[in-house]
Design a protein around this ligand. Structure first.
Ligand code: SF4
Ligand code: SF4
Ligand code: FES
Length: 371
């Protein structure tokens, strides 16, 4: 029995909008409905986090109860009859959206200067209860937060607590927290210090889960093009061998990678998460010092080493093979040794040992993760 008086069963059937849906132990009404592709809009829900029931966007009618119930935190119960499209449910959605818009930024273009806003997306889909007079903003920011990556913009925050729950439950560092009460409720750190003076690991997950753009990426904000005008290009992060999938957000006109976001949770191996390097360490892409073609050094007529010059891959590889083979010819095969990296993929490491053993005839091959 839950504190709302519903009987929790190991499994069974709920009836949602007339459809009999099976559920497994521990599942909520929202999970059962989504599996059947019945849309219940949410603002504070993430499958990876324990439900907070904070936004009230997902309220549905449940037969036998007087008050509407939040589908995101309501355990499915045998024989429960749920309605998600009644006029009362629709009225609540529009009311909630009007409240958020009055308390944040009403103009979608202005609000989405960087990240997309789910509040505006849902307002367009479900309508609102009319345009309400904006209320005076009382939420405080953290003006002294000098961290170089993450901006918190209180004028967009709806206090859904997705960021703080992500930081607690996924990243497990609890760097940020809900602070203050009522209209003053905001997102803060201990003593309102900079994220870099907190336990924050700068994973940027709070940016990805934020439904409004209140958490934003500072370099992308400075670049000044909204995410909707960037093209997402899926690729594999090259900082280590885990193989996290990342989305490069590319400004096609300028041929410029503006930022990196994680693919949605539940779609790739990294389940919507990234580390600080994968998300933020991408300024090397356009750095003027970056090598983009192979370089070789010629021997000068007097025997000294000349300046580096650009070469083709064929020439660079031929020179590498000739150099290695020259050492083996002069000193024997075991004069060579090959050391590979745990940051390479399993396939690359396999090929590396194959090259050592088959092409250069030495067992002197090692990988740094083995030490
Ligand atoms: S960047 Fe990661 S660790 Fe830092 S506050 Fe956000 S979620 Fe927490
Ligand atoms: S910053 Fe974003 S994720 Fe955090 S509470 Fe505000 S709206 Fe929600
Ligand atoms: S999604 Fe259920 S209360 Fe926010």
């Amino acid at each position: 029995m839950t504190d709302r008086g519903f009987v929790v069963a190991d499994s069974g059937f709920v009836v949602v909008d007339g459809n009999e849906l099976s559920f497994a132990a521990g599942e909520t009404v929202l999970q059962a409905a989504r599996r059947a592709e019945i849309e219940i809009p949410t603002l504070c829900h993430d499958d990876r986090l324990t439900p907070a029931g904070a936004c009230r966007m997902c309220l549905v009618e449940v037969e036998g109860t007087r008050l509407m119930q939040p589908a995101c935190s309501l355990p499915a119960s045998q024989g429960m009859v749920v309605r998600t499209t009644t006029p009362r449910v629709q009225r609540n959605r529009q009311f909630i959206l009007s409240l958020h818009l009055a308390d944040t930024i009403q103009d979608r273009e202005v609000c989405e200067d960087n990240n997309p806003s789910r509040v505006h997306e849902l307002a367009e889909r479900h309508g609102t209860a009319g345009e309400w007079t904006p209320v005076e903003q009382q939420r405080q920011g953290r003006p002294l937060d000098t961290n170089p990556f993450i901006a918190f913009r209180p004028d967009r925050c709806i206090a859904c607590s997705l960021c703080t729950r992500y930081c607690d439950q996924v990243e497990a560092v609890s760097a940020i927290t809900l602070a203050g009460r009522g209209a003053h409720t905001t997102i803060s750190t201990a003593d309102a210090k900079s994220l870099t003076d907190s336990t924050c690991e700068l994973c940027g997950g709070c940016i990805d889960v934020c439904p409004t753009g209140a958490m934003s990426e500072k370099p992308a904000l400075a670049y000044g093009k909204p995410e909707r005008e960037l093209e997402k290009v899926r690729t594999t992060c090259n900082f280590c061998g885990v193989g996290c999938q990342i989305d490069l957000n590319v400004d096609r006109e300028a041929n410029h990678v503006v930022k990196v976001t994680s693919p949605p949770a539940g779609t790739t191996v990294n389940d919507g998460n990234l580390c600080v390097k994968g998300r933020f360490a991408n300024d090397f892409i356009h750095h003027p010092d970056r090598l983009t073609v192979p370089m070789v050094r010629d021997r000068l007529p007097d025997g000294r080493r000349g300046e580096l010059r650009e070469a083709t891959w064929e020439e660079a590889l031929d020179r590498t093979v000739a150099g290695l083979q020259g050492v083996a010819d002069r000193h024997g095969d075991d004069a060579l040794a090959f050391i590979s990296s745990s940051r390479c993929t399993g396939e690359e490491n396999y090929l590396f040992q194959k090259m050592s053993r088959a092409a250069f005839r030495t067992q002197n091959v090692h990988q740094c993760a083995a030490t």
